[in-house]
Design a protein around this ligand. Structure first.
Ligand code: ZN
Length: 131
């Protein structure tokens, strides 16, 4: 892996977000930035952490965090990712009693019960300024 400059990384992020306007996870942004960096050179890549720190510094990008509490309460019928049937996930509460904690997809890796333990999810929004 070759280390890339902050300038190239920042311009790549801006380029992607100015086209897409909104990206709802750090993972997706990470994927898209790395894909574009590979167009410059196959050895180019950036770590998720460095990308996060960089994008937080960009004044053209508004960063919000998703409220994950709602995800658990939501009554889901279909998988929000692939639209297939969901399985209820149960876990033990403090008293050892089984309680419904979320949903898991039978087809893809979607698992809403993970929202409780996962770190906060980010949303990146392109601020529509004059160019
Ligand atoms: Zn699914």
């Amino acid at each position: 892996m070759k280390k890339i400059s902050n300038r190239l990384a920042a311009s790549t992020i801006k380029n992607i977000l100015s086209k897409k306007k909104i990206i709802v996870t750090l993972k997706e942004l990470h994927f898209l930035v790395n894909r574009d960096l590979k167009k410059h050179s196959l050895n180019y890549s950036i770590s998720m952490n460095r990308l996060k720190n960089l994008v937080l510094d960009l004044e053209e990008v508004e960063v919000r965090t998703k409220n994950r509490k709602n995800a658990k309460k939501r009554n889901l019928k279909k998988c929000p990712v692939c639209n297939k049937e969901l399985k209820k996930v149960f876990g033990k509460n403090l008293f050892g009693k089984m309680i419904h904690i979320g949903y898991k997809c039978k087809k893809c890796s979607y698992n809403s019960s993970l929202f409780i333990t996962q770190p906060r999810e980010y949303i990146f929004i392109w601020k529509n300024k004059t160019k």
